[in-house]
Design a protein around this ligand. Structure first.
Ligand code: HEM
Length: 361
């Protein structure tokens, strides 16, 4: 196997391990007594930067088609190893800082080739990754990274959607509105360094405005009327945007204070309801693009998508009503449905590859 292929396989395996162990750490954190992976405190960085950061780094390296761009995801994959091994948080923080820095450079390079606003947005998202890693490296506790972790994902996803919305010619005024909302979210994250409560409320307002923008301008509002995979993707996107709006309201009301009864709901309406719904929605295009695998859509994919949103509602309802058992079971159901989704993705790929081989015989 060529060394570049070894790196790609290592990166993909590390991203998958980050997802599995990150969710496992989350179950432990919410009170399920299960054999512990080391350092469950790294659950947030593991899932946001270790899993999603690595996947986004891979996606952008494929898009830029330059070997050095893989340094981003290779470094964040090494950070996954450091977190899983329970090595000092400073090492994982430093590796993530490098991974984020390289991703910023990937976007600078991409912008020189194609000076478009969606690349600027995703580039700012990568800067948020760097700031999250720097905040962690400076010895701050994980909850203080949350606004930057959220900004990384929200801006990257908004940038990817803006890229697709180009197909329907978003106006310059609409783009200014989006960048205004992004400015509010970033200002909130920066204020949170000095005043975590107040900063989180402002960041929440920014995220709410971004959600309203996405609901208003994304092509998903039109494509939901079509059938098949297009409708499935649009539903996943729109449901995710609603969760982003809900999380914005929670952040504004609760100030995202760790330890508050609403903290889990404020976090996971965004990180699960919004982000994982985006992953589920984009799977039919990301898997063929990244791995070159066939992914023939099957209507059964609706099952985990719908169940997933029901389980997020259960978890959030448990958090808001103060019912710890409901919240804990909601979290377990989240994990079970995500596993179901992964199994279904694997089955779809196997089916697609069989069909492809049969057709090429
Ligand atoms: C079944 C899945 C999950 C479970 C059981 C879970 C559980 C938890 C728990 C119990 C906390 C601490 C909340 C508190 O202190 O009140 C937490 C925090 C957090 N979670 Fe999750 N989570 C899950 C999925 C995710 C996903 C998919 C992401 C990101 C994409 C994520 C990102 C975070 C972040 C950023 C924090 C805050 C930082 C921290 O305290 O580590 N979680 N999670």
């Amino acid at each position: 196997m060529r060394s570049s292929s070894v790196i790609k396989v290592f990166v993909a395996v590390a991203a998958f391990a980050a997802l599995v162990f990150g969710v496992w750490m989350g179950l432990l954190r919410i009170g399920w007594i299960i054999d512990a992976p080391p350092a469950p405190g790294t659950h947030g960085p593991m899932l946001v930067l270790g899993f999603l950061g690595t996947v986004i780094g891979m996606e952008r390296a494929v898009a830029l088609a330059k070997p050095w761009a893989w340094i981003s995801s290779a470094t964040s994959a090494l950070a996954v190893v450091a977190m899983l091994a329970g090595w000092p948080a400073e090492l994982a923080g430093a590796l993530l800082l490098v991974g984020g820095g390289v991703l910023v450079w990937v976007f600078v390079t991409a912008y020189r080739i194609q000076p478009e606003s969606h690349i600027v947005l995703m580039g700012i998202g990568a800067v948020a990754w760097v700031l999250a890693a720097a905040t962690w490296l400076a010895g701050n506790p994980v909850p203080s990274l949350v606004p930057w972790l959220a900004a990384f994902l929200v801006l990257t996803i908004a940038g990817e959607r803006l890229e697709l919305a180009r197909l329907i010619a978003t106006t310059a005024a609409a783009k200014r509105l989006l960048f205004g909302a992004v400015g509010v979210a970033l200002a909130g994250s920066a204020i949170a360094w000095a005043s975590p409560e107040f900063g989180a409320r402002i960041a929440g307002l920014g995220n709410l405005l971004i959600a309203v923008w996405l609901i208003r301008f994304d092509i998903a509002r039109r494509t939901i009327r079509l059938g098949g995979v297009t409708r499935y993707m649009a539903a996943g996107l729109l449901l995710g945007y609603v969760w982003l709006a809900v999380s914005g309201v929670f952040w504004m009301l609760s100030g995202l204070s760790a330890g508050a009864s609403t903290y889990d709901a404020a976090l996971h309406t965004l990180f699960l309801g919004f982000v994982m719904s985006m992953i589920m929605a984009h799977a039919p295009i990301v898997i063929p693009a990244l791995a070159g695998l066939a992914f023939p859509f099957h209507p059964s994919l609706w099952v985990p998508l719908i169940l997933f949103h029901v389980t997020v509602v259960i978890r959030v309802a448990g958090g808001l009503t103060g019912s710890f058992e409901v919240k804990k079971w909601g979290a377990m159901l989240n994990a079970i449905v995500l596993t179901l989704f992964l199994l279904q993705v694997a089955a779809t790929v196997v089916r697609g590859e069989h069909a492809r081989r049969a057709n090429t015989r």
